[in-house]
Design a binder for this molecule. Structure first.
Ligand code: PLP
Length: 424
């Protein structure tokens, strides 16, 4: 189906019903699958044959959605996970063990920051955070002999930093390691990081991909482009004793990384998505392209309105020419970025709270990228655990409001903002 455009792929990729089969992808709500003989099942366990045998490892409903997301990103394979957090964790653990090191942009989601800063450190994996606006030399200086990957967000949550993907990919490759990019905010509709040198993409599918706030999920996508055979990744190029000596790069070629993530990490850690959630996610994916267009158009209108309002102290939206990431956004996301805007209200934290509490259409929720307009105070919620210095590094100021502009009529969203600002 590779010739179709992305909006058509959002609807049709992954599932082509045969004669008399259901038009809508069915939910295969079964943990297990029947085989004629134990010999046939044994071949599946040995990775000699492919097929479904236990939903922790693979399931026909998950398979459809994985194929769809892999096609949208332009990868060789994908793996759904139980959350975006699980996707971030597994994407690194698949190639970086205790004693390893990660170079990460400091402008990342607070949960991912905690994962790298605390939990992975406790597991023996260290991390050096780099300012996303660093120079090439500063980025190169962060690498160590034991570095096994670089991590960044295409468009960071909530600071809306646009990462220079080509510069990050170049530095990663110069040190023989892959670039992992969390592409949650722009989605593949607005940015395809593989085209700019990223090797692995992760998603919190909880966000725009779902879009209706009905399931928590994640996904890892493998570009199939990274050459693992440079001596740094024995877990992919040497026999895996727990699978009768399979060598992933030899048996699975370009799909070595994503196959290992499934057969090894899902087998042992079990952070799999459920068939029901995959079904709900697929409904969201079907309208993703349509929704992203409207999210971006609405956010642009709101950003322009806020920028010209005297009660607003500052605003960051990469779609505004005043944004320092405007040019970078045009390069990496020429059709638009996403619906999220960050800004401050004059009067600091207190004024921000009054504004948020006065909104009537938009709601205060711990969520983003929903079709309903919503707001959040990152310093007091998602990034609450961070120190002042860490907040600064992540680009989160105490007065920051993160507004996720939905797909309601833009006049209604603007009227709501106007009446709330009048109360500040
Ligand atoms: N990555 C980004 C950019 C996010 O915004 C989030 C959550 O907000 C995550 C990862 C974690 O995803 P989840 O909440 O699905 O675990």
């Amino acid at each position: 189906m590779s010739d179709y455009r992305i909006d058509t792929k959002c609807i049709h990729e992954g599932y082509r019903p045969g004669n008399g089969e259901p038009r809508v992808m069915p939910i295969v709500q079964s943990t297990t699958f029947r085989y004629e003989s134990s010999e046939a099942m044994g071949r599946l366990f040995d990775l000699q044959d492919s097929g479904f045998f236990y939903t922790r490892l693979a399931n026909p409903t998950l398979d459809v959605v994985e194929k769809k997301i892999a096609a949208l990103e332009g990868g060789v394979g994908a793996l759904l996970t139980s959350s975006g957090q699980a996707a971030s964790l597994l994407s690194v653990l698949n190639i970086c063990h205790a004693g390893g090191h990660v170079v990460s942009s400091s402008a990342i989601y607070g949960g991912t920051f905690n994962l790298f800063y605390k939990t992975m450190a406790e597991m023996g994996i260290s991390c050096t955070f780099v300012n996303p606006d660093c120079t090439e030399e500063e980025l190169n200086a962060a690498f160590q002999e034991n570095t096994r990957c670089v991590f960044a967000e295409t468009l960071s949550n909530p600071s809306l930093v646009v990462t220079d993907l080509e510069m990050f990919a170049k530095a990663a490759h110069a040190h023989g390691v892959p670039l992992i990019v969390d592409n949650t905010f722009p989605t593949p509709v607005n940015c395809r990081p593989f085209a700019f040198g990223a090797d692995i993409v992760t998603h919190s599918t909880t966000k725009y991909m779902d879009g209706h706030a009905v399931q928590v999920g994640g996904c890892i996508v493998d570009s199939g482009n990274f050459n693992w055979a440079n001596g740094k990744f024995p877990m992919l190029t040497e026999p895996d004793e727990s699978y009768h000596g399979v060598v992933y790069t030899e048996q699975f070629g370009r799909a070595a990384y994503i196959t290992k993530a499934r057969t090894h990490l899902m087998r042992d850690l079990g952070a799999q998505a459920s068939p029901m959630n995959a079904f709900l996610l697929n409904l969201g994916l079907e309208t993703l392209a349509l929704r992203m267009e409207r999210h971006c158009a609405n956010a642009q209108k709101v950003a322009e309105y806020l920028e010209s309002n005297e009660k607003i102290s500052w605003i960051d939206y990469p779609g505004l020419p005043s944004s320092k990431y405007y040019e970078m956004a045009k390069k990496y996301m020429p059709n638009g970025t996403c619906g999220v805007i960050s800004f401050g209200v004059k009067g600091g934290r207190e004024a921000a709270t009054r504004f948020m509490d006065s909104l009537q259409l938009a709601s205060v929720v711990t969520h983003v990228a929903d079709l309903r307009t919503c707001v959040l105070h990152p310093a007091g919620t998602t990034h609450r655990q961070m120190t002042e210095e860490q907040l600064r590094e992540a680009g989160v100021s105490p007065d920051m409001i993160r507004m996720s502009v939905g797909i309601e009529n833009p006049a209604d969203i603007l009227a709501d903002i106007e009446q709330a600002l009048a109360k500040v």
